[in-house]
Structure formats: C-alpha cells, structure tokens
Ligand binder design. Sequence first.
Ligand code: G3P
Length: 219
Amino acid sequence: MELFLDTANLDEIRQAVRIGVISGVTTNPSLAAKEGIGQLRVYQQQVQEIAQMVSGPISAEVISTDYEGMVLEAREIASWAPNVVAKIPSTMTGFEAIATLSREGIKINQTLCFSVNQAILGARAGSAFVSPFVGRLDDEGHDGMQVVADIVEIFKRYNITTKVLVASIRHPLHCVAAAKAGAHIATVPFKVLTQMAHHPLTDVGVARFAEDWKNAARV
Ligand code: G3P
C-alpha cells in the first residue's frame, strides 16, 4: 500500500519527503484554509510548489458545485502541473463532470465517497482514484473500513482499475486496516505518520543499546 500525505502544509510535506515514505499528497479546501489559503491563485501556487517537491499525484479540489464550474475548475487545476489530479465530489453532478473530464484524459480523485454505490458510479464515470472517508463514516456510527473492504473486493472482481485511496484517516490502526483490506493508497495526516513511526519499545531499545555500548567502552 502506498502512503500519501493529507496536508497543504509545506513544512510537513518537506519532512515527509525527507523520510522517504510518501508518494503523493492530498489537499482539500479545509486543509488549504488551515494554511491561510482562501484564493484560487494562492491555492495554485501552493499546489505547484507541492508538485515540485513530490513527483507522484497531488490532489487539489474544485470549489464549484455546478457541472460547468466543476469542469472548468478541474481543467484549470489539471493544468497547474503534470502530476496534479482534480478532486471532484461524489454527487450526481460530480459523476457527470468526472465522465466529461476522464474522456479528456484528466485524472480525477473522486472525493467525499461514503458508500460502495458511490464508488461504483465514480469508477464507471472514469475516476482514477476513489477516496472513501473512513473517519467521517466511523464518526457517524458506520464501519468505514468495511466500506473500503467492499470497494476493494468489488473492484477486483470486475477488474476495475480505479485506485482505492483511503482518506479521513484518524489514527495508525486505520492504516493497518486499510492495508489489510487491500487498499492501494492511504492518505495520512502528518500526525498519524509520526504515530506510525513511533513505538515505545523501539525508544527503550535504542537507549539500552547506547547505554550498554557506552558501559562496554569504559571497561
Ligand atoms: O482527504 C480527506 C481528509 O482530509 C478528510 O479528513 O479528518 O477532515 O475527515 P477529515
């Protein structure tokens, strides 16, 4: 399973790139707003900077909710850099826009996916990626990871090439479950990435090895 970073923060992306574990980045209007970005031109600059730091897919989301607006915005977003992917929501209008854009060869990350049926519709419309939001499903008392597992199973059965990109990940166990479910990608907030790396026994082990080595050197 590949790992993407779910952030619009350049410092976090820089650090994750240095660690060498991420192969893409996902952003959305809320993550952009968190960085003080509220204008399309500024979002463009930020996404272009990210696209230079990471060679894999960088998702940027459309703001419009009508068909014409979504199509125009997605075309513009896709022109920002060769590795930029446009995010379109899982709505009837969104599926129509995905169908138009995918016919033009524009890669789409179908976002705000909360059901298997939405994933099937998006795949049929031509989404390159589908993003089930596991955390938000769990928040509502649903089993987010079961939705992921069902999408993976059905896509496999019908040889659907749309990649399953697990989003709205809240903790390290979500990552383990996404990998066990056979998801292609998990997009993780920076905090979760650090939680994935940390284990108290590793810290204890590193300290003990250093201490034993120091004591042996004294003899
Ligand atoms: O990639 C989508 C993700 O950022 C949503 O996460 O935590 O806002 O549900 P969250």
